[in-house]
Every structure is written in C-alpha cells, then in structure tokens.
Design a binder for this molecule. Structure first.
Ligand code: GLN
Length: 196
C-alpha cells in the first residue's frame, strides 16, 4: 500500500504547532512547510492563524508566493484558518497584505470590531456529522462578499459567513485547532484522501 499522503502546515508564523498536533492526534501524517521543496513533498496544506501581514512578508521572503499559488491551482487541498483565510482570499478590504488571490471572496481583517475582539460560539457546519462545531474567533476576519463558485459551509446566527469552500480550497474564519474537536481536521484530511 502506498504511504498515506502528508498534510503540510505552513510554518512561517502563527499557530502551526496546534495544527500539527491536531493532525497527529488523528494519525494523519503531517509536516511543517517553510520552503518550496517542503511544499513539493506534501499533498495538502493548512495555512494557519496568526498575523497575516507578518505571514505574507515571510512568504515573500521565503519565495513561497508563486509555489503556493501553483500548489493550490493544481488542485491540491488548501485550508486557510483565520489569518490563513485572509491570505487565501481574492481581495481584502484593506488592500494589504497582498493576498494569494485564490478563493473568490472579499475579506475584512479584524472584521468583528473591538467589542467582540474574540468570542466563541457553536456553528452548524454543512456536511459535518456529530452536531454543531464550537468555533473560537480571535480578531477574526469577516467575509464581506463571496463569488458564485463559493459554497457557504457555516454562518453565524446573523448570517455572517464563517466557513466556505471553493473546490479544493477551504476557509474558516475561526480556529478549529484551538479546541479538542478534530472533526474539521479529519474533514480536510479526507479532501486529500479523495484526491490521492
Ligand atoms: N487579525 C489577524 C490578521 O489580520 C488574524 C487573527 C488570527 O489569525 N487569529 O492577520
């Protein structure tokens, strides 16, 4: 049997360790990705939460921008959480940092304002068995507009989109790696298994 394909986690900045731990807990082969060579060795990639400006700078300094675009455009699954969602977006309201321009959405950084800087709530996630997902939002981005090819997977009670998918691209505004619920990591690993 061929070895299970590895899920990479972009490990430039932010909470990549928590994603690696989550994958580990599921026995999904996982590896940090910091270079184009390391990216070439994985079948899927998580872009974690953190600080999108810092991550974008490091991405450019490490020459990863074009390899990341090519990786996603080749159909490999890519999941952006929080700052990762900002980086995957087609456009961001503030114009900076320059996102990768992959998923057809307009995103506003720190989109929930100061009063609700960070909050937690249960969301219904389309296609996920086992009930609502407890979602942790930390200075989270808000989805302002989505294109027709984007499928909404979860919304807040007020209708705000907090998870979506466009083909091989998955985004969540919240941080599934900060809870012990591994269902979304399993869901993402399954996107790779289907492709592999
Ligand atoms: N507010 C951060 C940014 O703009 C994202 C926060 C997060 O990833 N938890 O990059």
């Amino acid at each position: 049997m061929a070895p299970a394909p590895t899920v990479g986690v972009l490990a430039l900045q932010g909470d990549f360790e928590e994603h690696l731990d989550a994958l580990d807990a599921l026995d999904v082969p996982a590896a940090p990705v910091r270079t184009a060579d390391e990216l070439a060795r994985v079948g899927a990639l998580i872009v974690p939460g953190g600080e999108s400006t810092a991550m974008a700078k490091l991405m450019d300094a490490y020459g990863l921008r074009e390899p990341l675009r090519a990786f996603a455009r080749s159909g490999s699954p890519v999941w952006g959480t929080c700052a990762g969602m900002i980086l995957l977006a087609e456009r961001i309201v503030e114009g900076r940092p320059e996102p990768l321009g992959l998923i057809d959405m307009l995103v506003r950084r720190n989109g929930f304002g100061r009063q609700v800087d960070s909050f937690e709530t249960d969301v219904d996630f389309a296609g996920l068995d086992g009930g609502p997902f407890h979602a942790v939002f930390i200075r989270a981005p808000a989805v302002v507009e989505i294109g027709p090819a984007v499928e909404v997977l979860a919304r807040l009670d007020d209708g705000t989109v907090v998870a979506a998918r466009q083909g091989n691209l998955l985004v969540t505004a919240f941080h599934p790696e900060l809870t012990t619920d591994r269902r979304l990591h399993a869901h993402f690993a399954a996107m790779l298994a289907v492709r592999a």
